[in-house]
Ligand binder design. Sequence first.
Ligand code: AMP
Ligand code: GLY
Length: 431
Amino acid sequence: MKKLRVLLLGGGGREHAIAWKIAQSELLDELFVAPGNGGTQAVATNLGFGDSDFEAMKQALLDHDIDLVVVGPEAPLVKGIREFIEGDAAIAHVKIVGPGKIGAQLEGSKSFSKQFMQRQGIPTARFGEFDAAQLADAKAFLDGFNPPYVLKADGLAAGKGVLIIDDKEEAKRELDEMLVGGKFGDAGARVVIEEFLAGIELSVFALTDGTDYVLLPEAKDYKRIGEGDVGLNTGGMGSISPVPFAKGAFMEKVITKIVDPTIQGLKKEGIDYNGFLFVGLMNVDGEPFVIEYNCRMGDPETESVVPRIKSDLLSVLWKCGNAALAGEELIVDERTATCVMAVSGGYPEAYEKGKEIEGLSQVSDSLVFHAGTKERDGSIVSSGGRVIAFTSFGNTMAEALEKSYQSLSKVHFDKMYYRKDIGFDLVGSKD
Ligand code: AMP
Ligand code: GLY
């Protein structure tokens, strides 16, 4: 078979982990990443355009004779990258892993995804949805729930559009701000109000060609900035895979009540979904409920999930892009992988960039995935809030975490911060 020329879009830790894995494939001819980061340049060629610059991408597809595009983040999917490629005769031969615009609405619109789940009978929190003209109804709807109240901006709001509020009066004020005051802009012009689900979260991933799918290893991520899961939400401060309770009867329910009906439901509704499907779940006393769908892999989940995949990921992605996933199964490392993210002090609020990162060459027991770095005069400097992920393997979670923390102790940049309690809620957890 002709070896493959691949373009991966994105520039975070997720993309470094995927690039690192694709670079090991026997099927690879050459790998490009756009825009990439200070880590991807070690395993691929970075191209200097943004992940949603479709015209620049088209030129790169032609210049570099690309066979396969793999889309990392959601923005280009929601913007219609699949339709752009398929609709242009000069590049329509290029295969793409990533759903079309409508499929991406599973992530792009909370209202779309809740209605989809309702139509398909997929377990999720009870909900209602409201626009500015229904402000009074929205407030009255809160009376049907016990606190805390969950308010979600319908559209993409950079991970900040979900509010969980204990006090009903405050929840009403937030409804005013979202629906009338323009908080979250257009994304908040419609609001989903839903029941609060108490339980423990996990992230489940499938790669589907629209008919068949392979399940990837699951993971748990740690979103809050502070230890003990307190403080502001971030993109994710660390992740663990596997999740101890994600097995047996529980996983059976996840597959039969959620993953299968989701993929079959998309097909039934005529939504041609090819790409990653990320299901954010809550385990409520052994019953799985969907919290959200995303149309991409998670970050930092990918940094603990992808290293556990022993199979040739590029081969699986190529089959996905060619709608040929039938019969495919992944071989997965049984060990635990832990990822701990080093971030810039101040993140997720204001932080400084351009800090030189020292000690990376001292790290030997962990995989180092760059999230927000770039090269400057031969040095690696920080260029984002999340800066570097340290992924390690162990026969137990504790063993893997110890390696990640050992590696972190060798690396330094000004105002570096990380959580020292990743995995805390899984300690001793068997089911
Ligand atoms: P989302 O952007 O939908 O993933 O929501 C962000 C976070 O809010 C989730 O990861 C959960 O921790 C939390 N969350 C969202 N919806 C609910 C819910 N119905 N019950 C409890 N927690 C929720
Ligand atoms: N880690 C959660 C996300 O990628 O959305």
